[in-house]
Design a protein around this ligand. Sequence first.
Ligand code: DC
Length: 210
Amino acid sequence: MIIAIDGPAGTGKSTVAKIIAQHYGIVFLNSGSFYRAITLALLRAEKDLSNVDDVCNFASELKMEYVNGRVVLNDEDVEDLLHSPEIDLNASKVSSIVPLRDIVNKKLRKIAQRESIVCEGRDMTTVVFPNADYKFYLDASIDVQAMRRFKQGVSNLSYEEVKAQIIQRDKMDKAKIVGALKIAEDATYIDTSDLTIEQVCAIIYNKIHS
Ligand code: DC
């Protein structure tokens, strides 16, 4: 079974996807964390992000695993290093590199061949798993997105700075040539602005059992 969830930042995708995966006893896959881990490795190696060939050769050599919902990069658990403002900004650039998306997508599809998954990201319902059993698009107003991210307290940025970053990132994510964030025609659209996590999960369970 593949349950695919897409949407912009701060819509609760990861939290919801984790709960749904736990509920059904299947694997949770956060595709954004693959882009973030590759970005971390590229920044550590001081790679020039505009050199596409070098970036892709480098990324294809990385050993990336997903263990209990945490990213393990070349045998190092890097999960706690993936949410700095620097990674936020650069992951958006890195994920715009088309051949690099192919590398990530292959990894995701390989995992889905072995296991049932709940995956979340920007192009899970459209590009990576267009034949997913269930598709959802989670949305929220910009103010709600920014407040949720701000309350996570993962950076020292002010609310206004967090909001400006989200607007910039969502703009870049929606403008990608390949893998742009868009609503799949057959996805269930959920505006989470005024909903609790439990209410979002209930909508998803209802849809799956209907
Ligand atoms: O979901 P996130 O914020 O952790 O994603 C990190 C970055 O990767 C973000 O800029 C969007 C991008 N991304 C993407 O292009 N495609 C995906 N399937 C998932 C994330």
